[in-house]
Design a protein around this ligand. Structure first.
Ligand code: ADP
Ligand code: ZN
Length: 435
């Protein structure tokens, strides 16, 4: 069962034909913007430059810096009076970028969202609580339109206020919820503080989690704590927001909707395509957006295309869980480390609580990686030897994974700083010394 039967199961050859047709339209629309218009004319490029999907390589990449340099209207392919909405990124890595939509774009996005939710097993009989900031952030309205298009009863709960979230779940019998994974760990703690067990005291059966990197271990934890299935949702505001790639009920990678997005995976250093199945940077082109088409946008997200077909019958390729952004990686004592490697270790240790924070600091002239880890409250009963043992266990396991010995500090639940939106996993204090 599919939301859009024909599109989701198109034969690959037909899908590629559709992509070429849409790519030509996209180039044409893009050339109405001052940015692409000038650039492509200078380079002698036009819609006619593209005859096959691989011809996209003739076109230059677009970067976040290009978007910032041409802020706000330089990428507009339509007159301003056609626009009905703007959204911006959450600004994790600097100034936010802005994306504009016309009526067609919002409609197309709502369809992609409905398709994504259906693919993860959500149906119009579900009660859907969207635990996500409404406003400029795309997770609020982006999901809202999809939930409504699918026909679920929507609860536009917004972010935060865990007691209220729990009450909404109980009052209206919420069956599906969407939230960022780091928040769900905290929500579970509040359930416990309130004396509720989400497995028994709610009707939840599905979570949709995304918007920030998380590990398979984190997902499994969430599934166990709440007694639900948790599906991975990937998107970025430059490509509308959520509804770009989604797991189906087989939970084996995220189908990326190739009728709406043309994807490439490149080596971020050489900018050449990687070999099939290798990890690289995801590059995306919008194929169904009119107001602000983006061509060969470098997402900085690292992933790979999973080999083989999915048992669900959808023909759109599957992306592997996002390993992180190319700029997430940090180097300590010559070793390259991604925060998700550390999360993977921590989430497998049952004593570890909801949150952790990695701080990079220069101590006595040497780079150190300090990892503060929340552990369950009953560990702070005065038994120092027991805490010490746990700390040594965590230190050893992290060292085995990343080849650098961290300084592990165990802290009480709730004591690490909480951010309003996406979790901040790494605090870099080394640069401050040099600046
Ligand atoms: P910002 O770039 O300011 O965080 P966005 O809100 O547009 O702005 O966030 C998009 C980014 O969030 C993606 O490029 C990716 O790095 C991350 N992201 C989104 N969904 C996921 C996911 N399911 N897994 C890992 N990372 C994700
Ligand atoms: Zn599938």
């Amino acid at each position: 069962m599919y939301w859009e039967n024909e599109l989701e199961t198109l034969k690959r050859t037909d899908l590629e034909k559709l992509q070429v047709k849409r790519l030509k339209n996209t180039i044409q629309a893009a050339m109405n913007s001052s940015y692409y218009g000038n650039l492509y004319k200078q380079m002698g490029l036009s819609a006619d430059s593209v005859k096959s999907v691989s011809d996209i390589r003739k076109l230059p990449f677009t970067t976040k810096q290009n978007l910032r340099d041409n802020f706000p209207y330089g990428f507009l392919g339509l007159p301003q009076k056609e626009l009905i909405r703007l959204h911006s990124s959450s600004g994790t890595t600097g100034n936010p970028t802005v994306i504009f939509h016309n009526r067609h774009d919002i409609d197309s996005w709502a369809n992609l969202m409905a398709r994504s939710l259906f693919c993860a097993g959500v149906r119009d009989t579900d009660v859907f609580q969207n635990i996500c900031g409404y406003g400029l952030f795309t997770g609020g309205l982006g999901f809202q339109y999809g939930i409504e298009r699918l026909g679920c009863l929507s609860i536009p709960a917004g972010a935060g206020n865990s007691q209220r979230q729990i009450k909404l779940m109980q009052d209206y019998g919420t069956t599906v919820a969407h939230a960022i994974p780091s928040y769900l760990n905290r929500l579970f703690e509040v359930f416990q503080e309130e004396g509720f067990d989400p497995r028994k005291d709610t009707k939840l059966h599905t979570f949709v989690i995304g918007a920030e990197p998380h590990t398979e271990e984190q997902r499994q934890r969430i599934e166990e704590m709440f007694g639900v299935k948790a599906y991975n949702s990937f998107g970025l505001s430059e490509m509308n927001g959520p509804g770009v790639a989604f797991e189906c009920t087989y939970q084996n990678g995220l189908h990326i909707w190739e009728d709406a997005f043309l994807i490439e995976i490149i080596n971020p250093d050489t900018l050449e395509p990687v070999a099939d199945g290798e990890i690289g940077e995801l590059v995306m082109t919008t194929l169904d957006r009119q107001a602000m088409p983006l061509i060969r946008y470098r997402t900085r997200d690292l992933t790979r295309i999973l080999p083989g077909a999915c048992a669900c019958g959808r023909t759109h390729v599957r992306l592997d869980r996002i390993a992180g952004r190319s700029d997430d990686m940090f180097i300590v004592k010559g070793c390259n480390i991604f925060p998700m490697q550390i999360e993977g270790v921590l989430m497998k240790i049952p004593e570890v609580g909801a949150d952790y924070l990695i701080t990079l600091e220069t101590i006595n002239g040497s780079d150190e990686m300090i990892i503060e880890v929340e552990v369950k409250k009953d560990w702070f009963n005065g038994d120092i030897t027991r805490l010490d043992k746990l700390s040594r266990l965590i230190t050893g396991q992290i060292r085995d994974e990343v080849l650098v010995k961290p300084l592990v500090r165990l802290v009480e639940p709730g004591s690490l700083p909480k951010s309003e939106g996406k979790a901040v996993r790494v605090k870099e204090l080394r640069k401050a010394l040099n600046s």
